[in-house]
Ligand binder design. Sequence first.
Ligand SMILES: Cc1cc2nc3c(=O)[nH]c(=O)nc-3n(C[C@H](O)[C@H](O)[C@H](O)COP(=O)(O)O)c2cc1C
Length: 342
Amino acid sequence: MIEFFARKVLQALPAELAHDLAIKALGSPLSIFAKTKQIQNPVTLMGITFPNPVGLAAGFDKNGDAIRGLSKQGFGFLEIGTITPQPQAGNDKPRLFRLDADEAIINRMGFNNKGIEYLVKQVKNSNYKGILGINIGKNKITPNEKAVDDYVHCFEKAHSLCDYITVNISSPNTPDLRALQNDQALTDLLTGIRAKQLECEQKSNQYTPTLVKISPDQNQQQLEFMVNQIKTLGFDGIICTNTTVDRPEELISDTSTVQQMGGLSGKPLFNKSNETLTLVRKFAGKNFPIIAVGGIMDRKDALTKFVLGADLIQVYSGFVLKGPALIKDINNQLISENTRKL
Ligand SMILES: Cc1cc2nc3c(=O)[nH]c(=O)nc-3n(C[C@H](O)[C@H](O)[C@H](O)COP(=O)(O)O)c2cc1C
């Protein structure tokens, strides 16, 4: 009940202010009182046992400030970041827009974050024992030819503190970042990160599975190339997908909001993200790990992702717009589906 009213109050505030207040509340010691039961529905993937297959997507807690409270929302795993080597302010405000009538969000945050050193401290102080992913990126001022330096820097700092690393090259809000998904730029970047992953394994005797997060705005040919490179170079999985720069015709929010630059997420992303997921599963083959994210707003959407080939799922917009009840609801549905199939 309190959670319901708190969410109504937050929804009445400007989007980024509401987000910042939510992060503060989730990071405060009081957050231990808001406990949603974590449903046990274990899935083992990449050698990791996830207590349930529903995770929090990257970008909600970029700096690891709210791990304490987020660990009590019922998720099977948390992904924090995107984090870059140096702190950076991100784009000018306003840069976050709620499209309530469309159950959607547009953002052009631009990797605003406090830098990897800060995140490392937050993770260590959190004492979090659950499954953690750290999503890494490059600073805006780093040119693409030097991007690999930023990614391996973050990899080295983060790999021993988490269960998996995500390489984010699909945000639409850092100029030219998505160009790293193509051709030689992709091959060079992934080769460098893979070498660092193996070097870290040798030094620490700990292998950290590494996934690549991709955009839903690529054509079939680009996707096939990308999936082949990710697999051939030895990466452990794909996160499918980030936000889209498309604006589907069905959007009904006012035009000035719909036309804001940035990535669209939530309900209107669902179909597009699913088209990408279907192709990625086809190109990757049956057993390659895929975490699906994009437009999951209810239990039915979650089931669709699994039918299309997901091994795990993540939510962002659905969690913001519907609250932690969504996580519980999806897990209950998955358990009853599994029981029905037995
Ligand atoms: C405000 C906002 C910030 C985001 N920041 C990041 C980010 O830093 N890194 C990242 O990989 N994805 C980021 N995302 C994308 C989400 O992780 C997710 O891929 C996308 O929103 C689609 O899922 P959804 O429809 O459940 O929101 C962000 C999304 C939103 C709405």
